[in-house]
Write a new protein. Sequence first.
Length: 555
Amino acid sequence: MKHMAWILSTLILVLASLAGGYWWGANRSTPAEHGAAADQTTAGTGPAAAGNAADPVQATAPAAAPAATAKPRILYYRNPMGLPDTSPVPKKDQMGMDYIAVYADEGESPASGAPLVKLSLDKVQKLGVKTEAAALRDLRSTVRTVATVQANERLLHTVTPKFDGWIQKLYVNTTGQAVRTGEPLMDVYSPDLVAAQQEYLIAKRGVQTLAGGSAEVQESMQRLVDSALQRLRNWDISETELQRLTQDGKTVQYLTLRSPANGVVLEKSAIQGKRFMAGEMLYQVADLSQVWLLAEVFERDLAHMRVGQSVQVKVDAYPEKVFAGKLTFIYPTFNNETRTAKARIELANPQALLKPSMHARAEFSSIHAKPASLTVPDSAVLDSGTRQLVLVQRGEGRFEPRQVKLGERGDGYVEVLEGVKAGENVVVSANFLIDAESNLKAAFSGFGQSADSAKAKGEITAAAPTAGAAPATHRGEGTVEAVAPAESSVTLAHGPIASLKWPAMTMDFKVKDAALLRALKPGQRIVFDLAGEAGGEYTIVRVQPAGAKPAGAAR
């Protein structure tokens, strides 16, 4: 029995020796690896040009590599799943995946001097950020507006007698009735007209009576005949009626007034038996073989319109038909109530399908068809009123606010004259959410400063903290909405945070120490301090009840 106990004791000692040797050997290799990583990572960070995509870095990279081929300085290592935790040395996550190295040139400002806006990949996904590449496109400006059909004012005709009289008989007695040139409209009686006919006949008989007289007398009588006939013509008596008068040699009691043109009766004030005065309109006839379209054009669209421009017109009555017209005039006046100007379009209407007062939709073809123009979507532009900016993607979760000079617009795109190059990805959705989440206004306020001043101030957004420097804290006050100890996070409805230029909002925050959550309850009013972390996140580092004596955190 004692022999067996001695054997077991010996085996235990041997196993313990082997385990100790293995542990000692593992600890011997760790400093070397860390030393290699330290050789690649130098203290301090500073703004520089935007870098390349992050690649995993081996901790055992040789330190004696030539300077021309050396990799950029490593700032820190970030979680491969986009979580906010970082590490100063290489490590693996719980799933065995290597942390991704973030190089110095990835965390710094671009050469333009504008600070980068940084968001974690988790934030980018939550905000639904979408990007689209700036590309060369044929930019076309199409103006669409509403319009109203009207009769062509040049083809309007009125029947207005130049003498007093009475309407004896009507041949056209309804509005809307189609008439042709020379078609009888009505018979009228006028004492003045009868007297003028008698004067003409008397002068004509005088010429015949004095046929054997002197030439001077005959010439005088002929002038009387011509004068009487011209008087009848001045009263718009048709040549048909005058020929009947000269041939028959008898006065006509009732004179027939005829249509002056082909068209449709738009207005009729003539009533049988009515007495009319000289200059009174009895009929209005419109030739509808060609009509006008009066379009309402907004102020912003006037620059895209020129006389002679082709127009396509559609009406609800004939949805399958497209009428072709031409812009002939832009009125010089502006409607102050609707903020529109009128544009006149002329349309052929041989079948009389288009009728006055009918509503229509007009589409003006582009006059600014610019081939191969560098464009971005309209939604990519953030217009502050004094300047226009876009967010250019510089990598995963990194965006550069860049001022641009814009040109023409058309079909959902805008021409970029300066500020963006072809192929660069710009944010087209969630622009304003990025503004709220990443303090973009602060970045805009620093836009345009020199790169040196940007370096002096440090990056404005949530860039990686400088190695060895104590992170600045930002104090806020809010109400606890929810506490999640398992995730080491708390949901706060906080007020504005002046030092970050954040508005009041409800946000989820990670805590530096899970012990800070033990005393928190939903509905509790607290004062908290935030510290910026690598990757663009802000973490709560200090909590105290609202109204308590300040803890003296660094401001």
